[in-house]
Design a protein around this ligand. Structure first.
Ligand SMILES: Nc1ncnc2c1ncn2[C@@H]1O[C@H](COP(=O)(O)OP(=O)(O)OP(=O)(O)O)[C@@H](O)[C@H]1O
Length: 286
């Protein structure tokens, strides 16, 4: 199926806010993301080869693969950070190469666990930087009352209300992760990209993060997400689809129960594992 450009042009001012938390109006029935037969070549190496993916509103994709399989390379295409060498990528109805990538990026909630914040901002301020799509607070910029309310609502949804005034450098990794998800949701994105959001979290922090993601998805049925991980245990139960990458190529892609199988995962990681699913969550045993 071909994607078609959205008629809704990006807002010219990313600091302007829509009233609702996440735009759940069915404004566009086309895919949120469409990568069509994509190659990425760097220094003569194929990092991705003939990869295709379509993500529709309400779908929650897991992108799985061993170290170096090409997951982050693909996520960076989907987040309008890089162009493909061959093939086309359409993000929120806008084809890369025909659109201002910086502007398009401001409509995608892309969570980078290595958030390069330098100043000692408080949680609430970090979340508010999502409005301006900047790492630091913009000098003399003030949130509108609606933006401030929205930040508080998101902080509460992500279970961070008690830490709203805590400074970034004092936060645990799990608290930072949840703060960054709240920040990414400030521009009312239809698409959330998460690159290994559970890395380095202890058991409780991981479980809290996954529960927050499940809640968020239930609350906003039109939101689409793509989550990169190596670990099946880090997949929220609300995952609907999966793509397995191996050596830059797609090994399997589609509905999650057809893709995350003992056979596919053993091939993907080149190691015999047995996959079980209990209470919606996955486990891998050698
Ligand atoms: N600019 C580049 N030039 C050459 N090779 C690159 C470049 N960027 C990434 N690579 C290589 O491409 C491959 C895929 O990298 P990528 O980061 O997408 O993998 P990944 O699946 O996210 O891995 P990991 O799970 O280890 O994070 C790796 O072998 C990496 O070394």
């Amino acid at each position: 199926m071909r994607s078609h450009p959205s008629r809704a042009a990006p807002r010219s001012d990313p600091a302007r806010k829509a009233p609702s938390l996440i735009d759940s109006r069915p404004t566009d029935t086309g895919p949120v993301l469409h990568a069509d037969d994509v190659d990425v070549v760097r220094d003569g190496n194929h990092l991705l080869r003939s990869v295709s993916l379509q993500v529709h509103p309400g779908q929650h994709w897991a992108l799985l693969g061993a170290n170096g399989a090409g997951k982050t390379t693909l996520l960076n295409l989907l987040g309008a950070i890089n162009h493909p060498t061959r093939g086309s990528v359409t993000v929120l109805g806008h084809r890369l190469g025909r659109v201002d990538m910086r502007q398009l990026r401001s409509y995608v909630g892309h969570i980078n666990p290595r958030h390069p914040l330098r100043s000692p901002l408080r949680v609430r301020d970090v979340v508010l930087t999502g409005v301006t799509n900047t790492t630091e607070l913009v000098p003399r910029w003030q949130p509108t009352p609606q933006q401030a309310d929205q930040a508080d609502r998101l902080i509460s949804t992500l279970g961070m209300s008690e830490k709203a005034q805590a400074r970034w450098e004092t936060l645990s990794q799990g608290e930072r992760g949840r703060t960054l998800i709240a920040r990414a949701l400030m521009p009312v994105p239809r698409l959330l990209l998460l690159d290994e959001p559970a890395t380095g979290l202890d058991l409780a922090a991981r479980e809290q993060l996954l529960t927050s993601l499940d809640d968020l998805r239930a609350e906003h049925p039109q939101l689409a997400t793509v989550l990169v991980t190596h670990h099946l245990e880090e997949l929220p139960a609300s995952t609907t689809h999966a793509m397995l990458l191996r050596d830059g190529q797609c090994l399997a892609s589609g509905e999650v129960d057809e893709v995350i199988t003992t056979d596919h995962i053993s091939k993907c990681f080149d190691h015999p594992v047995r996959i079980t699913r209990t209470d919606g969550r996955w486990h891998a045993r050698a």
